[in-house]
Design a protein around this ligand. Sequence first.
Ligand code: G3D
Ligand code: MG
Length: 179
Amino acid sequence: MGLLFAKLWSLFCNQEHKVIIVGLDNAGKTTILYQFLMNEVVHTSPTIGSNVEEIVVKNTHFLMWDIGGQESLRSSWNTYYSNTEFIILVVDSIDRERLSITKEELYRMLAHEDLRKAAVLIFANKQDMKGCMTAAEISKYLTLSSIKDHPWHIQSCCALTGEGLCQGLEWMTSRIGVR
Ligand code: G3D
Ligand code: MG
């Protein structure tokens, strides 16, 4: 009995939570992923390819897929969707012109069957840039408060310094076990 319990416990604890990191090209996705690897706790070696990394936060394993954001690649985002628990949407807070594209992509993802249960963390990145949009402005533009069928959270950050990234990860770990 004890052994079975230990087995189940370890299965539960080591369970990997699939995360996809999306956003337009140049938003800062790769920088964020590598900041996680440098600053966070434990870092295990890349699992599958150069764009997939395992991040461990307080015993919680996240398998993070950094998906290319160029226009030509966006149509293939959906091939990564199955079993995704978290979407990290990275926004370049200085890029006002393309925020409408980000909005379109966001709502396209939220409507996708395979992402029905996914929680969304939005990083308002590049907060160090002069004249950037605040998280509140981005939230308003993306009409986040209208999203009722997915848990979401917006966090301002600067991927270059790592500021704000931990708070984002903390929100993710706090979501685990809620559903
Ligand atoms: P992507 O993976 O989403 O395409 P990258 O984006 O991570 O490659 O980042 C694109 C550029 O934005 C990089 O600059 C990177 O250094 C910069 N960047 C990422 N995060 C921040 C930030 O918080 N503040 C500032 N000022 N720049 C950031 P380069 O010059 O290498 O192309
Ligand atoms: Mg990249």
